[in-house]
Design a binder for this molecule. Structure first.
Ligand code: ADP
Length: 476
């Protein structure tokens, strides 16, 4: 049984509840979780509050030593920890290894970046006055993360918060706690003091409520659905808890008729089905210029139908299972609704013929779609690639912007003017031009509209965990 981590000890939850941990590829129970609630979260906040006094006073150089050691420990154990990620999430082993590499890089990058949390000196309008701005760690931080990236999601927030000098109460997803546990063990081996990082899981709503209501906790960083993000905003409006929110997305892709159609179709098939489409920046709505629509549709359908679906441990598998039965059913329900709306399935949908169990869906390409389709208006978060056609630039941009979400968007063209015109008009926090990975440890990642508030990664991600203070000296 996996226990909670409170004040430097692995402990059983106060009311001794347990939850099963299931492998989505086999539907077999692989472990149990000691499932906590508000009381466990309160104990974790108390421990983090106690530890904040000394951790916040360490220098960024001292914190960097620990974070870099943890990064190296993760790199040394990559094979072992990646296998546990495949077990809990179903993703293919090479994707799991890649994710752990990025997680380790995040710890190293923030270890360095915190040394550069420069303030500034402000020239004043009086000779007897001096003003400066300094940054200080915000305090005890709650970090609630989703299952789609079991290591990357927590690493991005834990690394920045710890580097900034905050102490942390983490609540990883109950679907994927093993990666977070490995990360905590790496930090402990690296010398992280008792109470600086705590982990609770179990009753998510009760833990979230405790974080919101407890005055010792100053900030919640959340990665997950817009639905839960709204619950947290609602609660924070009463308690004034500060929030960073990384929520859902519904990324449009504009493909213009001057591109290498086959190359972009192939890359689209890979990008959309990475992590089975369970990615908040996953390219979801593909708007293709009408001159190349049919050629693109044929090519992408060919590539998608060749993707190998199966257990993430199997050699050559491109697409694993979805995370839960519920997730699989919700994606299949969207496909069924689209079919009722006269959409055409070019390939996929349903259980792959060669598999008997597991939460698998055959990767699907769907066309003949209107802007009002359920596949345009909802975040799918699954292995479905919807295709749309356009013939006017402004109309394509308007349709791309026609969503409540505003996280990532993509433009494919070799025309400089078109790329600049589109990128400046897309209402999204991230625009990828001729690339599928418009993110990095060093770059700010955040959404407009209902995709969230605040940023993760980059120097912006560090300042999310720091308060700005003006120090003004008079009478000099
Ligand atoms: P997803 O559907 O991607 O899992 P969720 O938003 O449901 O996204 O979950 C993201 C994280 O939020 C998970 O760790 C989950 O346990 C947690 N969570 C779910 N409900 C609540 C809640 N009411 N308050 C706080 N956290 C919650």
């Amino acid at each position: 049984m996996k226990q909670q981590f409170i004040n430097g000890e692995w402990v059983v939850a106060a009311d001794k509840n347990e939850m099963d941990l299931t492998d989505p590829a086999t539907e077999q129970v692989i472990d149990t979780l000691s499932a906590g609630n508000a009381a466990d979260c309160r104990a974790a906040i108390d421990a983090a509050y106690k530890a904040f006094g000394s951790w916040s006073k360490t220098t960024p150089y001292q914190r960097a030593e620990i974070l870099k050691k943890a990064a190296n420990y993760l790199r040394e154990n990559l094979d072992n920890i990646a296998r546990d990620m495949v077990l809990e999430s179903g993703k293919p082993l090479p994707e799991a290894k890649g994710e752990w590499t990025v997680a380790a890089n995040l710890f190293e990058w923030y270890a360095e970046e915190a040394k550069r949390a420069y303030g500034r000196v402000i020239p004043t309008n009086r000779p007897d006055k001096r003003s400066s701005v300094i940054y200080q760690p915000i305090g005890v931080t709650g970090i609630i993360t989703a299952w789609n990236f079991p290591a990357y999601n927590p690493a991005r927030a834990w690394a920045a918060a710890l580097a900034a000098g905050c102490t942390v109460v983490a609540k990883p997803s109950e679907e994927t706690p093993l990666s977070a546990i490995h990360m905590a063990q790496a930090l402990v081996k690296a010398g992280l003091p008792q109470g600086v990082l705590n982990i609770v899981y179990g009753d998510a709503a009760a833990i979230g409520d405790e974080m919101l209501g407890n005055p010792l906790l100053k900030k919640i960083s959340f990665t997950g659905s817009t639905r839960v993000g709204k619950i947290l905003m609602d609660g924070a409006s009463r308690t004034h808890t500060k929030l960073s929110l990384e929520l859902g997305g519904n990324a449009p892709v504009l493909v213009f008729d001057d591109v290498d159609v086959d190359a972009i179709a192939k890359a689209t098939a890979i990008a959309r089905f990475r992590n089975n489409g369970q990615v908040c920046i996953s390219p979801q709505r593909i708007y293709i210029h009408k001159n190349i629509y049919q050629q693109f549709a044929d090519a992408v359908t060919g590539y998608v139908s060749k993707l190998k679906v199966g257990n993430g441990f199997e050699e050559g598998v491109n697409v694993g299972p979805l995370i839960t039965k519920k997730q699989k059913e919700s994606v299949q329900a969207l496909i069924d609704k689209a079919v009722n709306e006269q959409a055409e399935i070019f390939t996929g949908g349903g259980m792959p013929a060669h598999l008997q169990s597991g939460y698998f869906l055959q990767p699907a390409v769907v066309g003949n779609l209107k802007q009002t389709s359920v596949l345009a208006q909802n975040e799918i978060f699954g292995p479905v690639l919807p295709l749309f056609s356009f013939d006017d630039l402004d109309d394509a941009i308007a349709r791309a912007n026609d969503t409540e979400y505003g996280l990532a968007s993509f433009v494919f063209t070799n025309n400089l003017k078109t790329s600049i015109y589109a990128s400046e008009r897309l209402e999204f926090g991230i625009v990828g031009i001729n690339e599928w990975a418009p993110h990095g440890t060093e770059s700010p990642f955040g959404g407009w509209k209902q995709s969230g508030q605040g940023h993760e990664s980059g120097s912006e991600g560090l300042y999310e965990y720091m308060e700005k203070k003006l120090i003004s000296i008079g009478g000099l």
